[in-house]
Design a protein around this ligand. Structure first.
Ligand code: UTP
Length: 445
């Protein structure tokens, strides 16, 4: 048995958590070591905070008001300013890929999921190829920072290596792990999932803040002269990873750089379940759909939804801003079913959200983009936001962008535009693409 005089034993005893030692005597020496190590990794003051949160009802919603939204500016000037910043080597890419991906039910890391309609490129490949394209176009290195979790970190690294990093230099990819935190049952107990381990979950995409700070990634970026970070989630194949116009809008606003900029799309209807941009205490924030009252959700101003700017989880961060965030992000509770030793169990996961940094920014810009150009997430195995809906949206953007670039596509032809061919209609190199694209054929161009 763990020494009853030990601090660890006392910490568990004080909190009525000794049930995790129930099978101690049946464990091998190695298993006892594993359990001890996992127990030692618990931050007990955080555990106390979680248990207290279980006893509190959700916070009363704060007053919110509408916030200003700027349309994406398609002008050449912004394109040129953004391109010049990229050429100077000031941009890095940040991807959160540490989530469990439970809803999709894919066995590997979500980034390894074959996402595109014709060639089945993985989500990681889509991001990597956008970076490869931009590096060649701008003659610069664009480092890629990927957040993983303990359960998918090794698999992510080996997937990248096995695929030759999709053309990127391994030295320019920085993979770091986010923290794990205990998952609790409804009474605040740790949940055994084997006789020698208890359930934990990654600390949410907000884990990126401490992850970047503690892994040394921020210092590494500073060394490279990176000033701006393009943040995308791994599961949106339409996310524009290197977007000169967005970068220029972020950096040029009112002659001073914003600390954060965020992309939004108009909500499809008042009930769409998506977080919306608003102002709280004068600061740009995101209100989760579950915290929006029915009146707020349907309120209109000049015929438009007052809170109709839906978040698509794409941001531009100034590195210095991420570096200076000292306060920790608030925790949110989510009810989930988890596999436990004694069968499936109703559990509470505690997570932080990256958008909680928004109100910490003195200057923050919200940019409205076209949904059909930038948002086709893969969240669920079927139905809304599934591979099928995402692939249909990807196919239709490929077709639209190619036509806009001057390519004729005959009826019945299926096309997939590779990220290696250009990141927007204006960048597509039409001389390398068959024209017309013939009917009855599948083309990856
Ligand atoms: P989601 O919140 O949609 O969750 O993540 P998920 O983990 O992919 O899927 P479910 O909810 O278990 O079905 C949005 C993005 O944030 C990342 C995910 O990898 C995804 O890119 N994320 C989420 C993290 O990096 N860490 C986390 O702890 C949670």
């Amino acid at each position: 048995m763990i020494d009853k005089q030990s601090n660890l034993y006392k910490q568990l005893q004080e909190r009525d958590q000794l049930h995790v030692l129930k099978f101690w005597d049946e464990l091998s020496a190695i298993e006892q070591d594993e359990l001890t190590r996992q127990l030692e990794s618990i931050d007990f003051s955080l555990l106390d905070e979680f248990v207290n949160m279980l006893q509190q009802s959700n916070e009363m919603s704060q007053e919110i008001e509408a916030c200003e939204v700027h349309k994406r500016c398609e002008c050449n000037h912004h394109q040129e300013v953004g391109e010049a910043m990229i050429r100077k080597g000031e941009l890095g890419v940040l991807t959160v890929a540490g989530g469990d991906g439970t809803r999709l039910g894919w066995s590997g890391p979500k980034g390894t999921y074959p996402a595109t309609p014709l060639s089945g490129k993985s989500l990681f490949q889509l991001i990597a190829e956008q970076i490869v394209y931009a590096q060649e176009r701008y003659g610069v290195t664009i480092p890629w920072y990927i957040m993983t979790s303990v359960s998918n970190s090794e698999l992510t690294k080996s997937f990248l290596l096995d695929n030759n990093c999709f053309g990127l230099d391994r030295a320019d990819i920085f993979v770091f792990e986010q923290k794990q935190v205990p998952t609790l049952d409804e009474h605040g107990n740790l949940i055994l999932n084997t006789k020698s381990s208890f359930v934990t979950n990654p600390d949410g995409h907000g884990g990126i803040i401490s992850g970047l700070q503690q892994s040394g990634a921020l210092a590494e970026m500073e060394g490279r002269g990176i000033q701006y970070l393009s943040y995308v989630q791994v599961d949106n194949p339409l996310a524009r990873v290197v977007d000169p116009i967005f970068l220029a809008m972020h950096a040029m606003d009112d002659d001073s750089s914003n600390e954060v900029s965020s992309k939004c799309v108009p909500k499809t209807n008042s009930e769409e379940r998506v977080g919306v941009f608003c102002k709280k205490d004068g600061r740009v924030s995101i209100q989760e759909y579950s915290d929006l009252t029915d009146e707020q959700a349907s309120e209109t101003t000049e015929g438009e939804l007052t809170f109709g700017a839906g978040s698509i989880a794409i941001h531009m961060f100034s590195r210095a801003f991420l570096d200076q965030i000292a306060s920790s992000l608030p925790w949110h509770k989510a009810r989930k079913k988890v596999a436990a030793l004694e069968g499936e169990c109703n559990a509470i996961k505690f997570e932080t959200f990256v958008f909680d940094v928004l109100p910490m920014a003195a200057d923050s810009l919200v940019v409205q983009v076209k949904r059909e150009d930038e948002f086709a997430p893969i969240k669920n195995a079927n139905g809304d936001d599934s591979p099928a809906t995402s692939q249909a949206l990807q196919a239709s953007r490929s077709r639209r962008w190619l036509i806009e670039a001057g390519i004729d596509i005959e009826d019945g032809a299926e096309v997939e535009l590779s990220p290696l061919s250009g990141a927007s209609p204006r960048e597509i190199n039409v001389s390398e693409i068959p024209n017309p694209i013939k009917s009855g054929q599948q083309h990856v161009v």
